[in-house]
Design a protein around this ligand. Structure first.
Ligand SMILES: Cc1cc2nc3c(=O)[nH]c(=O)nc-3n(C[C@H](O)[C@H](O)[C@H](O)COP(=O)(O)O)c2cc1C
Length: 160
């Protein structure tokens, strides 16, 4: 979460000098962690066991299943899984922010290596997007909503 004006200046430079990075109250750097599977597995299984979802004898099977499903430490599958989770989190955060009267703006226009270097983010992490968050400045009227495809253009029934 980047709030400090000086740090926002640095982030702006990593985001192709986009003014909104400095203008927004806060810019969130969304970070996906491909190592999250192992990091949290034991804690999740502890909670499942405590709450009675599973018995202790099945823990080993679940651990092996997770390892097989997400493959090696730097597998593409694991990276995609981390990005899926982070994108879901980002969208939920944007909806919640709107509910609290804030505006948000997802951003893909940035140099990932620059952000990692400037903000000391370990190299194995992935930055799927930035999200600028703030209140709409008073006296500003937003332009009308831009083009949206009709549902029928992209919803398929039963097969692609
Ligand atoms: C994943 C994603 C990344 C985006 N990256 C940028 C960006 O770096 N800079 C920008 O000005 N707009 C970016 N946009 C577009 C805006 O966030 C926003 O969608 C756009 O201003 C239009 O608003 P609307 O989607 O409500 O029509 C991005 C949108 C998405 C979905």
């Amino acid at each position: 979460m980047v709030r400090d004006p000086e740090r926002k200046k640095v982030l702006r430079q990593c985001a192709f000098n986009q003014p909104k990075v400095e203008e927004a109250s806060t810019v969130l750097i969304m970070i996906a962690d491909p190592g999250g599977v192992e990091e949290n597995l034991e804690r999740v299984l502890d909670s499942w066991q405590k709450l009675g979802y599973i018995k202790s004898d099945i823990r080993k099977t679940y651990t092996e299943m997770a390892k097989n499903l997400y493959e090696s430490e730097d597998s593409l599958k694991r990276k995609i899984f981390a990005v899926k989770n982070t994108a879901l989190f980002a969208m939920n955060l944007m909806i919640a922010a709107k509910g609290l009267g804030l505006e948000t703006h997802p951003m893909d226009g940035f140099d990932e290596e620059c952000i990692k270097k400037e903000f000391h983010i370990p190299d194995d992490k992935i930055i799927p997007m930035l999200v600028a968050v703030g209140y709409l400045r008073s006296g500003i009227t937003l332009l009308p909503r831009a083009f949206r495809r009709e549902l029928s253009e992209f919803v398929r029934f039963e097969k692609f």
